[in-house]
Ligand binder design. Structure first.
Ligand SMILES: NC(=O)c1ccc[n+]([C@@H]2O[C@H](COP(=O)([O-])OP(=O)(O)OC[C@H]3O[C@@H](n4cnc5c(N)ncnc54)[C@H](OP(=O)(O)O)[C@@H]3O)[C@@H](O)[C@H]2O)c1
Ligand SMILES: *[C@@H]1O[C@H](CO)[C@@H](O)[C@H](O)[C@H]1NC(C)=O
Ligand SMILES: *[C@@H]1O[C@H](CO)[C@@H](O)[C@H](O)[C@H]1NC(C)=O
Ligand SMILES: *[C@@H]1O[C@H](CO)[C@@H](O)[C@H](O)[C@H]1NC(C)=O
Length: 312
């Protein structure tokens, strides 16, 4: 009787979410807004989603400072922003490695000086690649974890902390690019997943504090599904995660449009693509056993799949 009722509740939740998705997906592409005069700093903007976020802000009239480690790429991103924007908009770049403990202050100081203040701080950079492997507990693993947490978590906290007084003056917005990996456990990505869980814990809690003290600063946390940036796709290929690659990736440009729209609307949590990022954590919550076996299947490396098929 009890199990009958609880499974009825579970399936109803799934049906309600699917209906919600159908309603949501009929809304169409997010509206574009005139962002003339807005001042934006985007991290990890030399490639991928961050690069597209910079272009989308540029198209809508905002001034943009981009930062990452690779100067040549940043210079190209700034050139493209100039083509997309108008003469009055400021576009500039700052080269910095977020693994360094003093870089974050310099980035914010540069952004504030170049733009004359700050309305949006988009935290997007990440370090992913070396973490796609077995966790054995070696010294190497521990050092790698520390590095991943420095780049993906501590630098975000530092950048936000240095920027907060500036954002308070403009009633600005903090935009944090997180992932479905903040809501779902994944083998071979122990360090990356930990850093994304930490991020959402920190910024979700900080948001409550800001609200309690009546701050005008908004925090938008973006939970993204599988996005087809060349770095994400190449690293999945390199680690032989062919079954994950069978999931249809979403276009980085469309993703950037949805992130910017959510930030402008001061949405607390952006889920994109909606069905993937909403349903996956719900299904795990409702059917943990089935879900975990699916994940173990999905994250089997092609090397192990080949061995199994040779033996069978
Ligand atoms: N792609 C996906 O499927 C996916 C899914 C969910 C969430 N996300 C999130 O979306 C964000 C962007 O992902 P993406 O796929 O666009 O990645 P990406 O193309 O690899 O871009 C990462 C950016 O971070 C910069 N970066 C890396 N290490 C850095 C460091 N130590 N210091 C400063 N900058 C550094 C890179 O530039 P340099 O190398 O020039 O420094 C690059 O601009 C990440 O936060 C990621 O977690 C992505
Ligand atoms: C930050 O560290 C880098 C490299 O260690 C150094 O070159 C730079 O001068 C430092 N900047 C400040 C403000 O301390
Ligand atoms: C952990 O360390 C082992 C031994 O050095 C290494 O083979 C493995 O790739 C490392 N795993 C990660 C996730 O870095
Ligand atoms: C920020 O918001 C507060 C409260 O709504 C308002 O009083 C103040 O004028 C705003 N400041 C700016 C710079 O928009």
């Amino acid at each position: 009787m009890m199990t009958g009722v609880s499974s009825w509740v579970k399936w109803s939740a799934v049906v309600v979410l699917l209906a919600g998705y159908v309603a949501y997906s009929n809304i169409g592409p997010p509206p574009t807004t005139d962002l003339t005069g807005q001042r934006v700093l985007v991290t990890g903007a030399s490639t991928g989603i961050g690069e597209q976020i910079a272009y989308h802000y540029a198209r809508q009239g905002a001034s943009v400072v981009v930062t990452a480690r690779t100067e040549a790429r940043l210079r190209r991103v700034v050139e493209k922003c100039r083509e997309l924007g108008r003469k009055e908009q400021i576009f500039s770049y700052f080269v910095a490695d977020m693994a360094g403990s003093n870089a974050t202050k310099e980035v914010i100081e540069f952004g504030e000086a170049a733009l004359g203040g700050l309305d949006f701080l988009v935290l997007n950079h990440m370090y992913l690649m070396p973490s796609a492997n077995t966790w054995t507990g070696s010294d190497h693993n521990l050092t790698m974890l520390r590095h991943v947490m420095d780049v993906n978590f501590h630098s975000y906290v530092q950048l936000a902390s240095h920027a907060l007084p500036i954002l308070e003056r403009s009633n600005g917005s903090l935009v944090v690019i997180s992932s479905l990996s903040a809501k779902m456990y994944q083998p071979y990505f122990v360090a990356y997943v930990s850093s994304k869980f930490a991020l959402t814990g920190f910024f979700g809690s900080l948001r409550l504090e800001l609200e309690m003290r009546g701050s005008g600063v908004s925090i938008t946390v973006c939970f993204l599904g599988f996005i087809g940036t060349s770095n994400a796709v190449t690293s999945l290929k390199r680690f032989g995660l062919t079954r994950v690659l069978a999931v249809e990736p979403t276009d980085p440009g469309v993703t950037a449009q949805n992130i910017v729209a959510g930030a402008v609307a001061r949405t607390k949590d952006v889920y994109f693509p909606y069905l993937q990022t909403r349903l996956t954590p719900l299904i795990r919550e409702l059917f943990p056993g089935v879900f975990d076996s699916y994940i173990r299947y999905l994250y089997t490396k092609s090397y192990d799949i080949n061995i199994a098929s040779e033996q069978g």
